[in-house]
Design a protein around this ligand. Structure first.
Ligand code: NOJ
Length: 551
């Protein structure tokens, strides 16, 4: 792949869980041969970069985020050779590959932890965080990340005769990144995958990784962000234009720190925007979106946001003000079973919004906002969730490829599948699948193809300056992004009633993207020629949207 240091500014990212994507060997579990066979789908869609969720050897008690070996591919997903074949095949199509770097913690089955617990004198003991007596009640900011599933962050280990620290599940002991040997191990891991050709890493739990683990003196980092700077320096040195895309779901006023002076993360997953964008959809008004654009910090020239609506975890509403959070729960998770951890929603976007027009509105808006968009597999066909599955598995059902047994995901017996495929009803594979949508020019999949092509044709969105425009209707969000590559004005109606708004534009606008029926014409109140060139009327259906190039 040619070197292009800022490739991520305009990339469309696509998250793939290998185990749920495509089963190539018929054992019921997705694998790299299956993924290779389906790369044509990503290519046709216009995806620029695939982010692979963990596929490493793992007891798989947290969807692979409990890594037992950083240097391999779990047998269920194929071999390292298959992985290399995948990277090569993706590269041939111009698709970049990011892998998950899960180094806040390991699995308790990782050899480091096994040795650490068995031998207090082992050098691996200090790879983890131990105490003889855990604090009575941990710091409220350092409680379990999965309330209801874990009730402590200190678990006792019989062999070690001590308590170890874990912010996530008890089977995911936290690594002590204050230990320089752990940092050296992390560099080795990165080096390994960079040499196999990856384009960078999605850094799992970056916020917790650099936290003062357990609040102990021994884990306090003098310069927490120095950890990330080291990772970045290493990646830049060894990986050409490889990048760090981080999961940093932190307080708004701390987010900019993860970009550093352009010397930390290249891209941050934009959790804050996600929550407020969903609030705007739920409340059918632009205000939450205006607020979040004010809340988001300015970021360095080299940095970028990865904007998304849903991922494969819960939709986290924890950072929303109470009124917005309640509005989202009421609109999108009316049943208790749809909520999780007291802060989130375990649903996919399509059933949350229900209406095809509203789904288009939501993604059109997402793709028009400053940053680079990210989709999770299945979004492009409007897959649903399976609330009968435990916890976050509800949104991790297998990809629906065709109206064939198991949705074309696997030829295995349905009982042997990694998770059941959604069947029947409005979101089952019979009704929602790639093959049918590929044939149908009006399908959501084909619409996504057009959206992505339009996004690629409007690079100003990735790098330009964004200005929110004043319009008369509170349900309408209008913004203008202007950069070296021209300008884009996008207008979105968050409500289901048709509306019209008037916006002053410098040039004669041409429509770049929009729902049929979206139109722009000189505003009625413009009388003479010079005014006609400035005031433009946008007519929008309910949930209508329109992107124009003003010059
Ligand atoms: C964040 C991942 O997105 C989530 O799925 C996982 O459970 C935690 N990190 C722990 O690794």
């Amino acid at each position: 792949m040619a070197t292009d240091e800022r490739w991520y500014d305009d990339a469309v990212f696509y998250a793939v869980d290998v185990e749920a994507f495509a089963d190539g060997n018929g054992d019921g579990v997705g694998d790299f041969p299956g993924l290779i066979d389906r790369l044509d789908h990503l290519d046709a869609l216009g995806v620029d970069c695939v982010w692979l969720l963990p596929f490493y050897p793992s007891p798989n008690r947290d969807n692979g985020y409990d890594v037992a070996d950083y240097y391999g591919v779990d047998d269920r997903h194929g071999t390292l050779g298959d992985f290399v074949a995948f990277v090569r095949a993706a590269d041939r199509l111009g698709i970049r590959v990011l892998v998950d770097l899960v180094v806040n913690h390991t699995s308790d089955q990782h050899p480091w932890f096994r040795r650490a617990r068995e031998d207090p004198d082992s050098p691996y003991r200090d790879y983890y965080v131990w105490v003889d007596d855990p604090p009575e009640w941990p710091d409220p900011d350092r409680g379990p990340v999965f309330p209801g599933e874990e009730d402590t962050v200190w678990s006792y280990d019989e062999a070690a005769e001590a308590f170890y620290y874990h912010r996530f599940y008890h089977f995911q002991p936290d690594l002590n990144v204050a230990n320089p040997d752990v940092r050296a191990e992390i560099r080795n891991v990165m080096d390994f995958w960079l040499r196999l050709g990856v384009d960078g890493f999605r850094v799992d739990a970056a916020t917790l990784m650099i936290d003062n683990k357990g609040g102990l003196e021994s884990t306090r980092l003098d310069d927490p962000h120095g950890v990330i700077r080291d990772l970045r320096r290493f990646v830049a040195r060894r990986g050409d234009d490889a990048v760090l895309l981080a999961e940093a779901d932190d307080e708004p006023d701390r987010l900019a720190d993860y970009f550093g002076d352009g010397d930390e993360c290249n891209v941050l997953l934009n959790f804050l925007l996600d929550a407020y964008l969903v609030a705007a959809l739920a409340e059918r008004r632009a205000d939450p979106l205006r607020r979040v654009l004010d809340l988001l910090p300015a970021i360095p020239e080299e940095g970028q946001w990865a904007n998304f609506l849903r991922n494969y975890d819960e939709l986290n509403l924890g950072r929303l003000p109470t009124a917005d959070r309640e509005a989202v729960f009421e609109a999108f998770a009316p049943d208790e079973a749809m909520g999780i951890y007291g802060r989130g929603i375990r649903r996919r976007l399509a059933p949350m919004l229900g209406d095809r027009d509203r789904i288009e509105l939501a993604y059109s808006l997402l793709f028009s906002l400053p940053g680079a968009p990210l989709l999770v597999y299945g979004d492009e066909i409007g897959m649903g969730e399976d609330l009968s599955l435990p916890g976050r598995d509800a949104v991790r059902t297998p990809m629906q490829w065709a109206d064939e047994p198991n949705g074309g995901f696997s030829p295995a017996d349905a009982d042997d599948l990694v998770r059941p495929v959604i069947a029947g009803g409005g979101y089952g594979y019979e009704a929602v699948n790639v093959a049918d949508q590929r044939e149908d020019p009006d399908s959501l999949l084909r619409w996504f193809g057009r959206l992505i092509r339009t996004r690629h044709a409007c690079p100003a969105i990735g790098t330009g300056a964004c200005e929110v425009l004043d319009v008369d209707d509170p349900a309408v969000f209008a913004h203008r992004i202007a950069g070296d590559d021209g300008a884009v004005v996008a207008v979105h109606n968050l409500d289901d009633s048709p509306t019209a708004v008037s916006i002053a534009l410098d040039g004669d606008p041409t429509v770049a993207f929009g729902r049929d029926g979206a139109s722009v014409r000189p505003a009625d109140d413009a009388t003479d020629g010079s005014e006609r060139a400035r005031a433009w009327r946008f007519d929008l259906d309910g949930y209508g949207y329109c992107w124009v190039r003003p010059d």
